[in-house]
Design a binder for this molecule. Structure first.
Ligand code: SF4
Length: 296
């Protein structure tokens, strides 16, 4: 990550595609912070930083920011901040960093639906260009089990609101999240969800139990069995099979994934399915990212 002369409240996360962006920490933590698999912001209590702090940081990077074209608003769901606050932040970015072409943010269904299409359209006019939304699953039972705090229907409505507002939408789902017992149901429902949501970008990451999380404890206690690498690949195949008719980029090349794939759908769907089936049939270890090289 490019380092800017700003003092962040760590840990700091951003999507891989925002590696070169200026990260402005407008909120600290996640306003929900209850998902059973997530440890990202456990150490933080959610709060919105003052506008004065954020404006001072924007001004501090002005002399260094000539090649800068993108800004990402952290932390977990900065879209949870009040509309007037976000409008002021976007206006300050536009005033002091006019070369910036796109501002991105993490958002979840609560925040997205609270803004609504009209509010989001206004934020788009002020520079908001992409929302990253971890829907995790399209399956109701899985969403309930991991305490996502939203139904698939609400998450779908949120996806549609972002697209209707003319903002790019990047959606993430988590392979393995329903364990071996719910694997196929989760995969197929998530595939169908992605088709219905029609995000600009879709990505499948692989769930990794993080010590201290509820999901990790469930695995430790034997209450949840996660699919192994072959089971995770099978899940990816079920998801792709359910994505008949999906158009757009679908990436499964995150550091957590066993078989890195970057697909343009529908063009690459059949060849990707053929590859996965071959790897599964031959149990070809060499095709997979070794366990030691995987990341969160
Ligand atoms: S997964 Fe997202 S919404 Fe859930 S606790 Fe983590 S940051 Fe918050």
């Amino acid at each position: 990550m490019k380092r800017w002369p700003l003092v962040y409240e760590e840990p700091l996360f951003r999507p891989p595609s925002e590696a070169d962006s200026l990260i402005l920490q407008v909120t600290v933590g996640c306003s929900w912070n209850r998902c059973t698999f997530c440890a990202m912001y456990r150490s933080k209590s959610f709060r919105v930083r003052t506008l004065a702090e954020v404006e001072a940081e924007i001004q501090a990077v002005v002399p260094l920011a000539a090649p800068l074209t993108r800004v990402f608003l952290a932390d977990g769901d900065a879209l949870a901040a009040e509309p007037a606050y976000l409008e002021a932040v976007l206006a300050a970015v536009r005033a002091h960093l006019p070369q910036v072409q796109r501002v991105g943010v993490y958002g979840d269904s609560r925040a997205i639906l609270r803004h609504g299409v009209e509010g989001l359209s206004h934020l788009r006019d002020l520079g908001l260009g992409i929302v990253y939304f971890g829907v995790e699953s399209g399956d109701e039972a899985t969403l309930r089990a991991v305490r996502k705090g939203a139904t698939a229907e609400r998450q779908l409505a949120a996806c549609r609101a972002v697209r209707e507002a003319g903002i790019k939408l990047s959606v993430m789902v988590l392979l393995g999240l329903a364990g071996t017992a719910g694997s196929r149901r989760h995969a197929e429902a998530s595939g169908r969800f992605l088709v219905a949501a029609a995000p600009t970008y879709a990505a499948a990451l692989t769930v990794t139990p993080v010590p201290g999380t509820e999901l990790w404890q469930q695995v430790e206690d034997g209450r949840l069995t996660l699919p192994d690498r072959w089971g995770t690949l099978e899940e990816l195949a079920w998801m792709l099979e359910a994505m008949d008719g999906h158009r757009g980029l679908f990436h499964a090349n995150h550091a957590s994934n066993y078989l890195p794939l970057r697909l343009r759908l529908p063009r690459d769907r059949e060849s990707a399915l053929a590859l996965i089936r071959t790897v599964l049939r031959e149990r070809d270890e060499r095709a997979l990212v070794p366990e030691w090289a995987r990341g969160l």
